[in-house]
Design a protein around this ligand. Structure first.
Ligand code: 5GP
Length: 205
């Protein structure tokens, strides 16, 4: 019997290392696929359209909302981000596991639509470490960094308890291996495997 795919939602503050963790996960688990979001923000150096994001205009994004093409969407730091519905549904229908790397507002929308999805919060070992990482990245001004840190704290207060797992990213390999272990454990949940149990019962009647 073919295992059903898992929808894995990863969130965490900017600088928590979600991007690097995603790369590791995709390289180490061939059944995992990454959902490429649509966004209205401008591409950063090295980001390719259709690979990092689908970069779209505000009008196109509004049209996607109007046409019900997004599974969830949210405004983050003045830009819009959303998860294309058809692509994710197609992957899940193929029994593949799908990663959504999205913010907590979007994660809570997914929780309403897909209660069986798995929600993982990725955090750095401390706020000091987080601010060091964002400074070193060199892409944001001091003002933006302060804003991101205070947003990270208020989001934690509001949403941490709504996630299923917490993974501290002190070392990318260790943190990513924990997430791979979470996927393996989730696949063994009885609730996800009732058809297997029923098949065994049926074959013995
Ligand atoms: P960045 O612009 O740094 O790539 O992403 C900024 C924030 O937007 C991150 O917290 C990221 O997780 C979130 N994000 C990226 N794609 C999506 C999406 O499709 N939906 C939502 N709700 N958030 C997203």
């Amino acid at each position: 019997m073919q295992e059903k795919g898992i929808l894995l939602v990863l969130s965490g503050p900017s600088g928590a290392g979600k991007g690097t963790i995603c790369k590791y996960l995709l390289a180490h688990n061939p059944s995992l696929k990454y959902s490429i979001s649509a966004t209205t923000r401008a591409p950063r150096t090295g980001e390719l359209n259709g690979q990092s994001y689908h970069f779209v205009s505000k009008d196109t994004f509004q049209e996607m909302i109007a046409q019900d093409e997004l599974l969830e969407h949210a405004e983050v730091y003045g830009n819009y981000y959303g998860t294309p519905k058809n692509y994710v549904q197609k992957l899940l229908d193929e029994n593949l596991d799908v990663i959504l790397e999205i913010d907590p507002q979007g994660a809570m929308q997914i929780k309403n639509k897909f209660p069986e999805a798995v929600f993982v919060l990725i955090l750095p070992p401390s706020l000091t470490e987080l601010s060091d990482r964002i400074y070193k990245r060199g892409t944001d001004t001091a003002e933006v960094i302060r804003h991101r840190l205070s947003k990270a704290v208020s989001e934690l207060k509001f949403c941490a308890s709504k996630y299923d797992y917490l993974v501290i990213n002190d070392e990318v390999n260790k943190a990513s291996d924990k997430i791979l272990a979470i996927i393996t454990s989730e696949k063994c949940r009885v609730g996800r495997n009732m058809p297997v149990v029923e098949e065994i019962i049926c074959n013995n009647n």
